[in-house]
Structure formats: C-alpha cells, structure tokens
Design a protein around this ligand. Structure first.
Ligand code: FE2
Length: 374
C-alpha cells in the first residue's frame, strides 16, 4: 500500500539545504548529435558550449535549456578518457544530478562527514564573470551529485562555457522544470540508498510502494520516493522484486551495466499541447491498452481536458486526495532499453500516478517482449 510516512522537516531542521536541481549532465557517445536531437525533438535551446575551442582539451559539453531545465550533454573527444569508458559500459546516460547549494565547501564537508564518498574535492573555477565552487559526491552506480555554489558568479552557466548562437531554434514545447528523477538499483539495495539519502543528504521518505502496488502478471518492483528538505528534489528509487519473468528494472540493470537513472519527469502546464508537439517531432511514447480508457472516467471522475483528446494522445490520468495528474512516458531515447522521459502535468495531485502503474507496466512489458527481454 502507498503510505505517507514522514512529514517534511521545517527549514530549521533541514540538515542539508539544497536550493534545487542545478543541472542534469549526460555522458554520451556524440554530444553534437545528441544536442540536435534534444533541440529538434524536445524543443531545448542550445545556450552554451565548452570544449577544445574554449580551452577544455578532453571533452565537449553542450548546455541545453528549456524553462528552468538545464541539460548538459558531454562527450569524450579522445579514447583514453573516463567519459569514453562510461559510455562503453553504460551507453548514453545520466552521469550527474547536480544540486545548487549556497556553500559547496560546507555541503561537501557535511556529506563526507556523514559517510558520502568523494567524487571531486571542492574546486574553484573562475572566468571574467566570477567564480563557481564545485565539489561532488557519489551515489548509486557511476552516478554522482555535484554540489554547485554560484553566489559569486554572474555568467551564463559555468566558467569556460561560452554563449553559442545557432540559426536553428526549434520552438520550445512547454517543458518547465524537472519534477522528479528516478533511480534503478539492484535487488535488495533500495533501502540502502533510502538510508543514504536520509542520513547523508537529509532527505525524507515521502511515499513507499511495495510489490503489491506495482506488479503485473509477470513482473513486480518496489519503490520509495525520497524528497529533500524543501521538497524541490524528488528521487524515487526502484528495485526489482522477484516475478515470473524478468522485470523492467532487471532489463535496465542488465543493459545499463548496473544502477543508474531510469527516467526524468519534466513538468508542463499544458500536457495536450506539449505531447502533441513532441509527437509531431518524432518523440515516441508508450501506448496504454485500449481498455485503460474504457475505465478511465469511472476511475478519475471529471477532468478539465477532453477525454477523446487524452485518449488519442495516450496520456494517462490519476487522482489522489488533492487533485489529479496527467502523465505519459516516452520509449527509451537510445538504443539500449535504459533512460526514458516522463511528461507530467499536476493539477493539485502531489503523487506519482499509482493508479497508472498497471497500465504502464503492461505497456513496458509489450515493448520488452518485442526486444526479446521478457
Ligand atoms: Fe515518474
């Protein structure tokens, strides 16, 4: 059963203050081409660049923005490079879920004292626009959390990044901010990471789902949603539960080569317009079974959006005590069945679409079966 567990700490008790998500960095095989995909298909704007032309010799990074969302796509430009190794093992994927903090040195010291592993000691980066202090700690798999202090910086993004203009500027599709980022971890490791986020980063367990909430005929999983003190960062953590066949989490772990970020949910104020635009640009979404829509009106009651449009687009709807939400899930955005996106519109609801789990998982399993991985 889904249960609300702990209340959010008041600010005075937030043991690890984080202002919000600073950026999400992906390590990819070809950042130049990935950047074009995110611009053309998802409506991101190419905003800044750092690479050999700006004095960084071993990598190229493209900053893409839409609403408050900052994605950084980074690639190795030489073979002997940890980014190239990461891509060889994981394929394209999320390397860094970066936190914006007031004081990176203080945050880093607190995290290390509470048992975090270091990925980067505090480092000062400077350019004509001031300085940024960055440090990083590890989390599940090869994923890290950078701690970014930018109070003495007035530049575009980070030192070394240069403003870049392109005549190719596809219209944004209305994506506003990162709603949540989901991690997949190994069987038996969910509670380890729940405890880690709680002890080291002051997160609390907002919601829990067990394998009775999240199971189909074939597979099941367990999930706990962790939230930081101010509620701006939400990290559901999934682990597979034993089922009749290979679960979607097992499939992810096999193809990603270990734990990692499974999906990023991006919020919109108009899911009908956003999903219509994304589909017209070639983004592919999972399709719920037709029976889902036959039962939908009875399950969620009256909603503002026309039901025939919701059905045609394949958008899912769920209701909780506070309102309802609309959501849809993309197919994986690379050839490995790993990272995908969720588009979500919240109309009061603060939950995660529990009423849609069954339809969603059946849709994922249909895709798994096509890949020969069920
Ligand atoms: Fe989600």
């Amino acid at each position: 059963m889904a249960t609300m567990t702990n209340p959010a700490p008041t600010e005075a008790h937030d043991t690890f203050p984080i202002n919000g998500t600073d950026y999400v960095e992906f390590w990819v095989g070809n950042a130049r081409q990935s950047a074009l995909y995110y611009r053309a298909a998802f409506g991101f704007q190419l905003t800044a660049y750092r690479g050999p032309e700006t004095g960084v010799r071993d990598r190229s990074s493209y900053l893409l923005t839409q609403g408050k969302i900052r994605f950084v796509l980074t690639t190795a430009i030489r073979p002997e490079n940890p980014i190239a190794e990461h891509v060889k093992r994981h394929g394209d994927g999320v390397r860094d879920l970066a936190f914006w903090v007031d004081d990176a040195r203080v945050a880093y010291a607190a995290a290390i004292e509470r048992g975090a592993q270091s990925a980067q000691e505090p480092t000062v980066m400077r350019d004509d626009d001031g300085e940024v202090v960055m440090a990083a700690i590890t989390t599940y798999g090869d994923t890290i959390h950078s701690l970014v202090e930018r109070r003495n910086y007035k530049g575009l993004f980070l030192p070394g990044f240069r403003d870049i203009r392109s005549p190719f500027m596809p219209e944004p599709v209305g994506l506003k901010y990162v709603d949540h980022c989901v991690g997949n971890v190994e069987l038996g490791k969910m509670n380890h990471w729940v405890e880690y986020y709680s002890r080291v980063l002051g997160f609390y367990n907002l919601l829990s789902f067990d394998d009775k909430d999240i199971s189909t005929e074939f597979t099941s999983l367990m999930s706990k949603v962790m939230s930081n003190g101010n509620g701006r960062i939400k990290f559901p953590i999934n682990e597979p539960a034993p089922g009749k066949k290979k679960s979607q989490i097992d499939e992810y772990l096999e193809f990603y080569g270990g734990p990692g970020v499974q999906h990023i949910a991006m919020a919109t104020d108009d899911i009908v317009a956003t999903v219509t635009a994304l589909k017209s640009r070639g983004v592919e979404f999972l399709q719920a079974p037709a029976s889902y829509y036959d039962e939908l009106a009875d399950r969620v009651g009256k909603i503002d959006e026309p039901m025939d449009v919701i059905r045609k687009l394949g958008v899912l709807v769920d209701r909780d005590d506070e309102g309802y939400l609309l959501q849809i899930f993309s197919k994986p955005v690379q050839d490995r069945p790993t990272l995908f996106y969720e588009i979500i519109q919240r109309k009061g609801a603060k939950s995660f679409g529990k009423g849609n789990f069954k339809a969603l998982f059946e849709a994922i399993e249909a895709e798994q079966a096509l890949r020969g991985n069920l």
